[in-house]
Design a protein around this ligand. Structure first.
Ligand code: UDP
Ligand code: MG
Length: 321
């Protein structure tokens, strides 16, 4: 049995001024409950990661810290996206001596009441505890179907994601250190965590409606996450390009034979349609293939630079003279 752990609850926030205070109260309540039941150690913290917000988010985080040092925060130098924000939070937490971290969205759509169950699994010896949503009924139709299709595609591409797992999870310090040894700058945490191994378990939780503010996951950000996921875990698309090449080659051999037969029979009719269709078809296949390969080459280029993932521009509780 592990001792009451120093737990860091990490909440990534991007322009969350409308809901932050309310969420902070709810998390604090839960924190006090867990503390009273001796399920977590006294040095546990609630850590906000301000992902380069443009509104009053950082002021609210600083005020919360003034009020109660249980709240603390780091501020990223600019908006880096949800994945980097939670990674930055976990990394910082472990650098502050956390034994385990739980990441949860700042809008608390993910049920905070499931937290004790995450901890139970941790005390049973798990290094990774996945939060899995019990249904997707609070999601819009588009998000729900696109997510389901996406998980199917990922499976097809050979990447084993935990179905319907969100970024609500517990990681032990060991698991966070393992995660930080992956040096790729395109972090797809959802794929990396199962890839690491470690003893793991799942906890089911319910997703609620967002109570205030609006979704910060724009379509563009969702697409980026989806493409990052595919390209960082699978080179199948490049293989498909090769298969496509073979297929087109076979077709072209057939076409060659047909053309020769026609030539011998002397029926060399205009054949304009065949020619035009072939040109357009082959052109599009080539461009598409080049595009897919280019995507990977581009990513190799970006990774080869191994740029730093983020910078922390502010920290609560830092001493200034
Ligand atoms: N978020 C972030 N950086 C971003 C976008 C979102 O840190 O660039 C945070 C956001 O503040 C929230 C979490 O990621 O805590 C999930 O975002 P949101 O609730 O907007 O997404 P949804 O629940 O609609 O998928
Ligand atoms: Mg949300």
């Amino acid at each position: 049995m592990r001792k009451p752990a120093k737990l860091f609850i990490v909440l990534p926030c991007y322009n969350e001024e409308e809901i932050l205070e309310q969420s902070a109260r709810t998390v604090l309540e839960k924190y006090r409950e867990l503390l009273a039941e001796k399920k977590i150690g006294k040095k546990s913290r609630i850590l906000f990661v301000d992902d380069g917000s443009k509104d009053r988010t950082w002021e609210i985080i600083s005020a919360l810290h003034e009020e109660d040092p249980v709240f603390c925060g780091i501020r990223l130098s600019r908006n880096k996206g949800h994945q980097i924000a939670i990674y930055a939070g976990m990394d910082y937490a472990v650098s502050q001596g956390a034994h385990c971290v739980v990441t949860i969205d700042a809008d608390l759509q993910q049920d905070i009441d499931a937290l004790p169950r995450f901890l139970e699994k941790y005390y049973e010896g798990c290094d990774v505890v996945y939060g899995v949503r019990d249904s997707r009924d609070t999601d819009r139709f588009f998000k729900r179907t696109s997510a389901t299709i996406y998980y199917k595609i990922m499976r097809l591409l050979g990447c084993d994601l935990i179905e319907q797992s969100a970024d609500y999870r517990l990681l032990s310090d060991r698991a966070v250190k393992a995660l930080s040894s992956y040096k790729e700058s395109n972090l797809f945490i959802r794929g990396l965590v199962p890839e690491m191994g470690f003893q793991s378990d799942t906890v089911f939780f319910h997703v609620k409606e967002r109570e205030a503010g609006s979704s910060k996951y724009t379509l563009k950000k969702m697409l980026k996450l989806a493409i990052d996921g595919i390209t960082s875990f699978s080179i199948q698309p490049i293989r498909w390009v090769i298969l496509l090449g073979i297929l087109v080659f076979v077709i072209s051999v057939v076409m060659m034979i047909l053309t020769l037969v026609d030539h011998v029979r002397g029926v060399t009719v205009p054949g304009w349609s065949t020619l035009t269709i072939s040109i357009w078809f082959l052109g599009s296949v080539q461009l598409l293939s080049l595009g897919i390969i280019g995507e990977y080459v581009g990513r190799t280029y970006m990774e080869a630079k191994s740029r730093p993932r983020y910078f922390i521009s502010d920290e609560t509780g830092e001493e200034h003279d």
